[in-house]
Ligand binder design. Structure first.
Ligand SMILES: [Zn+2]
Length: 465
């Protein structure tokens, strides 16, 4: 029986898998400046060359598409299944208790940058191809491993590849968690601006600044207030701290007072997990006894449109949700105001039910009524039906080798298959395990990678056999 064959095959594969992961992790494949022939710098290209050399040694036909993407084919039949992995990693950062580019084996786990994102899962997929070949299972169709080198930055790797090669009818990417992520919310980002003539009336807010990266909730924001002493400001800060949970610090300087707000940063796909220092600061500023001016009116309006703690776009009038993808989320992440105007940006993740009319048009109307200019950047959602034969095949294989219940999930973040029609994210980390993606001491459980490899082997046979 196939399942027994696969189980038995992987009983002796651990050492080889660990060995390959160790070789790949040793290459610091962080994107760097492009060089001729190296679109993402030296590291990603080196890791790709190493992975392709290993696959070739295993007896597979490989190709290097201009150091953007590499492919590994199990046969020369028509490609029916694509498995999309990536060899680039984010930088190591700080706080490691093991050397980030040397795989350390401890407590049944491998530690090192890329062990779980995504070099370990990539090796599980490669091992699945090898298993099908070694077991001599006949296939009618090809399975192609597609190895990217720019997932962490722009996905310019697969844009280049898919502009030149058709996507396989079925594609999954083991670049996250089991079971299946089949729905990715849309992304709706705006830049909005307004300017006015400077008012000399005191007290006034001379400057506000918070946030730098559009998809990061600002954990820090600051403002300069003129014409109010720190003593006068103190009780307002205390009240705002109490209602928002954000800390405010006052520094008197050159006849003005600087207010520094400290909340908790986080990812825009999960705004409820952070505590936005910017929206807390705006609500504090809006509560101050400031002289009437266009600048102060703007602060009051923005604090009404983006009240602290409104992650759902209720005040903007775009709160909505559906059963498959969950609620729309929103976070106000970048803002800069001076004496003559402001520029702000928010990041919203939109469910499948969101449309131009019930979302962008509503916001455009709200802003226009206040004389605010707005520019939108919209990326539609991604969805592959859970009841499609492809997804059901994946879930069945998952259930077979884990004994766990298989189901589909939605995410507010983007995955590697966002632009690939019919694609889903599938594995390779088991639910409940903390792999510390992008963090210090990134890790993977060896037994999970073996299970993933078995699941992928079954899927290849089911879809291409
Ligand atoms: Zn990844």
């Amino acid at each position: 029986m196939l399942q027994e064959q696969i189980q038995r095959y992987f009983e002796t594969c651990e050492d080889q898998m660990v060995d390959v992961i160790t070789k790949l992790v040793a290459i610091r494949s962080v994107r760097a400046e492009a060089q001729p022939g190296l679109p993402f710098g030296k590291g990603p290209a080196e890791a790709l060359a190493e992975a392709l050399a290993i696959a070739e040694e295993m007896g597979f036909a490989t190709a290097n598409i201009d150091n953007y993407v590499g492919t590994v084919d199990i046969n020369d039949q028509e490609t029916r299944l694509g498995i999309l992995c990536h060899l680039d990693v984010v930088g190591e950062g700080t706080g490691w208790s093991t050397p980030p580019y040397t795989v350390v084996q401890k407590d049944g786990m491998l530690f090192g940058r890329g062990t779980s994102d995504d070099k370990g899962p990539l090796v599980a997929a490669l091992s699945a191809l090898k298993a099908v070949k070694d077991l001599g299972i006949p296939l009618k169709y090809n399975t192609r491993l597609i190895l990217g080198t720019d997932e962490e930055t722009d996905s310019a790797d697969i844009k280049y590849y898919f502009a030149r090669h058709a996507a396989p009818p079925y594609t999954f990417s083991p670049d996250g968690f089991f079971p299946v992520t089949n729905t990715e919310k849309g992304s709706y980002k705006t830049t909005f601006t307004k300017s006015w003539t400077v008012s000399e009336a005191l007290p006034r807010v001379a400057a506000v600044k918070g946030g730098e990266i559009i998809n990061v909730i600002p954990g820090h924001a600051e403002a300069i207030v003129q014409g109010l002493s720190a003593t006068k400001l103190q009780p307002y800060c205390e009240a705002a701290a109490l209602s928002t949970g954000v800390k405010f610090e006052l520094n008197a300087e050159n006849g003005a007072v600087q207010i520094v707000a400290t909340g908790t940063g986080g990812h825009a796909a999960k705004p409820q997990k952070g505590n936005n220092a910017l929206t807390a600061l705006l609500s504090l500023l809006a509560s101050l006894p400031i002289a009437e001016s266009e600048s102060f009116t703007a602060i009051q309006q923005l604090s009404r449109l983006f009240p602290h703690g409104d992650f759902l776009g209720k005040a903007l009038g775009i709160a909505q949700e559906d059963e498959i993808s969950g609620p729309l989320t929103l976070s106000f992440n970048i803002y800069e105001q001076n004496l003559s105007g402001f520029k702000g940006r928010f990041d919203s993740r939109t469910p499948l039910c969101a449309t131009h009319e019930n979302c962008m048009d509503v916001v455009d109307g709200r802003f226009a009524a206040l004389g605010i200019q707005v520019e939108n950047k919209i990326l539609p959602p991604h969805h592959t039906p859970c009841d499609s034969p492809f997804v059901q095949t994946l879930l069945n294989a998952y259930e077979k080798y884990t004994g766990l219940n298989g189901f589909c999930e939605a995410t507010g973040g983007g995955t590697y298959v966002h632009d690939i029609e019919g694609g889903v994210a599938f594995g390779a980390i088991m639910p409940g395990f903390e792999p510390y993606f992008h963090g210090a001491d990134e890790r993977v459980r060896i037994s999970d990678l073996l299970t993933a490899a078995k699941i992928f082997t079954q899927v290849i046979v089911d879809l291409c056999g």
